[in-house]
Design a protein around this ligand. Structure first.
Ligand code: SAM
Length: 231
């Protein structure tokens, strides 16, 4: 489902490559770290120091890669479609290799990765099946696919992913709503098994990192699905 059905803001819409190409300069200052950090901290079924090699799909500026590297995950390979985002990932020095490619068709080798991540990018994919199939292809038997996403309720509440241009103009990045049943079907279709499922709800501690979001207190804002390839 296209997120425009629910969009209440009606900012101009650009595709992901254009949007992240423009947002790259201010992305790290403005992205809500509360979307992924609390979820990463809650996961119990990954032993981070032994979780590598890892493939970080839609690695962006390398925030996820830096978090993983700080917990001992190595080596990490990254893939993204936006060169301006990936330039910042390269500067972080935590990736073994970086590729400009679509998350659904990466140049990475099959069956070599113990961990595959996709953080805050699934809403930009029109369909989920291709990226789940690609993650399953990359994983070694027993490997984990961690998908962290912007919550579909938030998109349906009319707030698609957006950023501000240097002149202050607000712009939406084309987004799609994927229900949890869509994720379940795509994961099962790729032969994966769901191991852990968490949702992050905005509370007072969360608002300390993004006070402007107080109107969304008690809303679920993001989620984590941890899938496994069968051993
Ligand atoms: C919100 S950023 C997330 C970046 C990083 N994972 C993080 O959590 O900060 C979304 C990223 O997805 C990338 N992206 C969107 N669609 C993509 C696709 N089809 N293939 C590869 N990358 C894509 C964008 O270029 C952008 O860097």
């Amino acid at each position: 489902m296209h997120a425009s059905h629910f969009d209440k803001r009606r900012y101009p819409v650009v595709n992901a490559a254009t949007g992240y190409g423009e947002w790259a300069v201010s992305y790290e200052e403005t992205v809500a770290t509360g979307l992924d950090r609390p979820l990463l901290a809650q996961l119990v079924s990954i032993d981070w120091p032994s979780a590598g090699p890892a493939a970080d799909l839609a690695c962006g500026t390398g925030r996820t890669g830096a978090w993983l590297a700080a917990r001992g995950v190595a080596p990490i390979d990254g893939v993204d479609i936006t060169p301006a985002m990936q330039d910042q990932a390269r500067a972080k020095g935590v990736y073994r290799a970086l590729h400009i490619a679509d998350v659904a068709a990466t140049p990475l080798p099959s069956g070599r990765y113990r961990l595959c991540t996709l953080a805050l990018a699934d809403e930009h994919l029109a369909t989920l099946d291709p990226v789940y199939r690609e993650a399953a292809r990359l994983l070694a038997p027993g490997g984990a696919f961690l998908l962290i996403g912007y919550h579909p309720f938030f998109l349906m509440n009319g707030m698609p992913t957006h950023y501000h241009r240097a002149d202050g103009e607000a712009v939406t990045i084309e987004s799609h709503v994927h229900l949890f049943s869509d994720h379940f079907a795509a994961g099962r279709g790729a032969g994966l098994v769901l191991d852990e499922f968490r949702e992050c709800v905005i509370d007072e501690a969360w608002l300390a990192t993004k006070p402007k979001w107080r109107p969304y207190l008690h809303w679920p804002v993001s989620f984590a699905l941890l899938w496994r390839r069968r051993p």
